[in-house]
Ligand binder design. Structure first.
Ligand SMILES: Nc1ncnc2c1ncn2[C@@H]1O[C@H](COP(=O)(O)OP(=O)(O)OP(=O)(O)O)[C@@H](O)[C@H]1O
Length: 460
């Protein structure tokens, strides 16, 4: 039984962890053009309500999906897209936009999701997707903002967890010719950056199948054959980079053996000179008062530099893929941009963030969103009852303001102690999700204070 209920217009849903017949075309019909409370609580009702308000009241919409890792946020966001795809115009050009919107998921999941202890397909990045409509209410395009990719996973994973899916998919699903061109062997256990347990090896079939889906998705978003291969070459370069063997010489400085083929493969795949790559991995250049001085790195520093390069290269590849998706999703008509349903899938918090700074930022972001939720629903609803003299049983809730204060209060919180500008960090990483929610940064007065946007908070 999939438990779904409402608190005000907030949908609270519990992950059933099994396929229930509640997302069928018949179900879609049941929610189509229904008043919000006319049918039982459902993610389709949220999607329908957002779409109706957009079309009838010309108000931009945002569906915010939050919850802990594995609670079903990504699946919920896909259901919203599926509902929109099924209930809007079926003209050919609109169908092509819908295909691209739907196909963006397997692609983003391949490069941005991984198996964790909590979820076999856990999003390790945050995503804000705008679906843009024309004046007739047909989807014309979309735009994706990605933030806080968990880069640390590229070079190390907790026991029992995996690296991003694409590494395994490429090794399991790439044909012999492709693997030869990328200098890869189809044995994941050869590569230090990918963890391989017996169970993970037994996933090879589904990894191979998923690779075919990813290639199809690449074609749908109009990536040419060369572009596809370049993207995969970068994935391969990261695998080879992890195998570059660094040794300490007699003087304690890091060296790469001259016959190390991995360094050669990385240089070839990234199209850089091998000598330059070797120098970049084993020395650093300091510029002081116009003088440029090269200093050799010790072994630990060189290993750090190698891993930092792998993380940076993968992170840029991911951002490039998103920009590629955005080019393909860009609406052809300028009218579309004013009419938007935004879906924010903030990746799930973990109670004990391990060593990842990104996870810490995401946890903080989730706490701020929880504050928004408390302000919008629990606090305001109860204050309204009080104002209007309605009798009710007060609902006790934990106000997480203490947690937010612990992290961000001026002069005494963690951010001051460690001199972190938490709002600036995600900003530097292209996107500050909280900026999308101005109310997070100042106390809320009324829903109207959110200007044209109306927030529907779907809490998984
Ligand atoms: N409505 C649903 N019906 C059936 N199974 C579901 C549903 N929602 C989620 N699941 C199952 O739970 C798994 C985890 O869901 P999902 O990936 O959406 O979680 P998440 O909240 O996005 O997690 P994370 O924050 O780790 O990305 C899915 O892979 C799927 O197997």
């Amino acid at each position: 039984m999939c438990a779904q209920t409402y608190i005000g217009n907030v949908l609270v849903s519990v992950n059933p962890y099994k396929n229930l017949p509640i997302y069928t075309p018949e179900k879609i019909k049941q929610y189509y053009k229904k008043a919000f409370f006319e049918a039982t609580p459902h993610i389709f009702a949220i999607a329908d309500n957002a779409y109706r308000s957009l079309v009838n009241e010309h108000r931009e919409q945002c569906i915010l999906i939050s919850g802990e890792s594995g609670s079903g946020k990504t699946e919920a966001s896909k259901k919203v897209l599926e509902y929109i795809a099924a209930t809007t115009s079926h003209l050919r050009n609109v169908e092509s936009v819908k295909d691209k919107l739907l196909q963006s998921n397997p692609l983003l999941e391949a490069f941005g999701n991984a198996k964790t202890h909590r979820n076999d397909n856990s999003s390790r990045f945050g995503k804000y997707m705008d679906v843009q409509f024309n004046f007739e209410g047909a989807p014309e395009g979309g735009h994706i903002l990605n933030y806080l990719l968990e880069k640390s996973r590229v070079v190390s994973q907790m026991p029992g967890e995996r690296n991003f899916h694409i590494f395994y998919q490429l090794l399991a699903g790439g044909d012999a010719d492709l693997l030869r061109r990328l200098r890869l062997e189809n044995r994941p256990e050869t590569y230090k950056y990918v963890t391989t347990t017996d169970r993970q090896l037994s996933q090879r079939n589904s990894d191979a199948e998923q690779f075919a889906v990813v290639r199809e998705a690449m074609r749908t978003i109009e990536m040419g054959v060369e572009e596809q291969e370049e993207a995969l070459a970068i994935v391969a370069s990261v695998l080879h980079l992890g195998n570059v063997q660094l040794l300490a010489n007699d003087r304690g400085y890091a060296e790469i053996l001259t016959h190390d083929a991995n360094a050669r493969h990385v240089a070839e795949l990234l199209k850089v000179k091998e000598e330059q790559l070797r120098a970049a991995l084993t020395s650093r250049t300091i510029e002081a008062r116009g003088d440029v001085v090269g200093t050799p790195l010790d072994l630990a520093q060189a290993q750090y530099a190698r891993d930092a390069l792998a993380k940076a290269v993968y992170d840029r590849l991911f951002s490039w893929l998103v920009s590629k998706l955005n080019t393909s999703l860009a609406p052809r008509s300028r009218d579309a941009r004013d009419s938007v349903i935004g879906i924010l899938d903030i990746y799930g918090f973990e109670i004990f963030p391990k060593n990842s700074f990104e996870q810490f930022c995401i946890n903080f972001c989730n706490e701020k969103l929880q504050q928004l939720f408390i302000q919008l629903t629990l606090k305001q609803e109860q204050e309204e009852y009080l104002r209007e003299g309605i009798e009710w049983e007060p609902v006790e809730y934990f106000n997480n303001i203490v947690i937010c204060d612990m992290i961000e209060a001026k002069h005494k919180a963690m951010s001051s102690i460690f001199m972190l500008d938490l709002f600036d960090i995600p900003g530097k990483l292209h996107f500050n999700p909280l900026k999308r929610f101005p109310s997070c940064e100042r106390p809320l007065q009324a829903e109207g204070s959110l200007r044209t946007r109306r927030y529907i908070h779907a809490q998984s």
